[in-house]
Design a protein. Sequence first.
Length: 142
Amino acid sequence: MFDDGLDKTTIIEMDSLPYSVRIKSEWARDWAYVRLGQQGEIRYDKSRSVSLKAGEKTHVLGYSFGTQYQAGSLQPLYSASDIAVDGLKDGLIYLTQRSFETGNSGGPVFVQQSSGEYVAVGIVSAGRENIGFIVPVANINK
């Protein structure tokens, strides 16, 4: 399932042929998921995903640069970043000290609860230099 409700369609021309291209128009709706029938579950907290405080540490799992650094086994790379601003900005969670790279898109972003449990608060959408952009799980319909 994915959300393309606000995508914009435009026609571009390449090699004298018209192509219809869909472009996302809002980062905060940049998400997709698929059910794989796998065992296990990632716990998430929708209300926490919209009320994080600047300075809170996040924990990100993903495949930076694809499987290049997997050494024969498919284990996600761990990285950590901090919440950059209280709450949401433009509908997104902003991170600073971004330590994830290309290939992390769609990966889960966790915070630690006071109980010690880790819960997902978002998914990686993009990064630009030191800043990360995370779609909060509150934006995902399930």
